[in-house]
Write a protein that binds this ligand. Structure first.
Ligand SMILES: O=C(CO)COP(=O)(O)O
Ligand SMILES: O=C[C@H](O)COP(=O)(O)O
Ligand SMILES: [Zn+2]
Ligand SMILES: [Zn+2]
Length: 311
């Protein structure tokens, strides 16, 4: 069932669980994610970045956005579980327009790199015309890049809860990504994971809408080890442990963005298969091994986020 993201996230918010949003760039990841979600009888959000849309359309973003809608709807229309398609980190209006026009369930306007007032103005505008097409909207406050250089984010790039309240009231945004100390990619923390739970709690109390955790991959040891055994070098990779994510869910996170964990699992499977089968060159065989690992990650997340059985 193809659904509006807002609808499934509001249900998650009321019932204190989170729905994972998995990034895809191709058909293989989509199949693995949907198979995992069906097996767990769970709602799931598929998301594509601007880069994914450009890649899928081989440069033509309207084609890319249309292809993703068609692929996802082909599955969604024929299965029972709720499936939403979301534009991740929309930073350019032409991508947001392409996604809305193609029929995405929701879009993210990420103007978090702008000053607060400008972020608010841009977000408000996007909300107005996305809502006119029945598409729900995510925005971001604070910046996620804080830990990218292995430096803990300075106070001012994490979300300000009072600003979040004003932002949500004035923009009418449907769900919000507050920066609380995570970052994208495989190298999130130098030492232990350090998230600002108090800040998250305040944002939820003051906004009372579904909240989104970006940069939420755990960088799972079992797949890093397999990938490295078969030639990868992910030295120093570190993610957010499942226990920390669960604490975030208790405090009001309802959408958990995951890309890196799927990428690592996939490449581990492909590397392993190719190394063990040096004569093989059929992509269906080596992709399948990656897809099996992706499905494992998907099912594990659906379970510990509490989405399992919530279809
Ligand atoms: O936030 C993300 C996509 O928006 C993905 O985060 P990870 O890099 O931690 O998987
Ligand atoms: O938030 C970023 C996602 O992991 C997507 O990354 P990407 O721009 O490389 O597709
Ligand atoms: Zn951002
Ligand atoms: Zn993100």
């Amino acid at each position: 069932m193809y659904v509006n993201t807002k609808e499934i996230l509001e249900k998650a918010s009321k019932n204190f669980y989170a729905i994972p949003a998995f990034n895809i760039n191709n058909l293989e990841f989509l199949i693995a994610i949907i198979e995992g979600a069906i097996e767990k009888n769970a709602p799931v959000i598929i998301e594509t970045s601007e880069g994914a849309i450009k890649y899928a359309g081989n440069g033509d973003i309207y084609r890319g956005a249309n292809l993703f809608v068609k692929m996802v709807r082909e599955y969604a229309d024929s299965v029972k579980i709720p499936i939403a398609l979301h534009l991740d980190h929309g930073k350019h209006l032409e991508y947001i327009a392409a996604a809305v026009k193609a029929g995405y369930s929701s879009v993210m306007i990420d103007a978090s790199h702008e000053e607060f007032e400008k972020n608010l103005t841009i977000t408000k505008e996007v909300v107005k015309w996305a809502h006119a097409s029945g598409v729900s909207v995510e925005a971001e406050l604070g910046q996620l890049s804080g830990i990218e250089d292995n430096v803990y984010a300075a106070e001012n790039v994490l979300v300000d809860p009072e600003q979040a309240k004003i932002f949500v009231e004035e923009t009418g945004v449907d769900f919000l990504a507050p920066a609380i100390g995570t970052s994208h990619g495989a190298f999130k923390f130098k030492g232990e994971a350090k998230l600002d739970f108090d800040r998250l709690k305040k944002v939820k109390e003051l906004t009372n809408i579904p909240l989104v955790l970006h940069g939420a991959s755990s960088v799972l040891k079992q797949f890093v080890d397999i990938a490295e055994e078969f030639g990868a070098d992910f030295g120093g990779a570190k993610g957010v442990p499942a226990e920390e994510i669960k604490k975030c869910v208790e405090l009001g996170i309802n959408k958990v963005n995951t890309d890196t964990d799927l990428r690592i699992a996939f490449v581990a499977g492909v590397r392993k298969y190719l190394k063990e089968n040096p004569k093989e060159f059929d992509p269906r065989k080596y992709f399948k091994e990656g897809m099996n690992y992706v499905k494992e990650v998907v099912m594990d997340r659906l379970e510990f986020l509490g989405a399992s059985g919530k279809a």
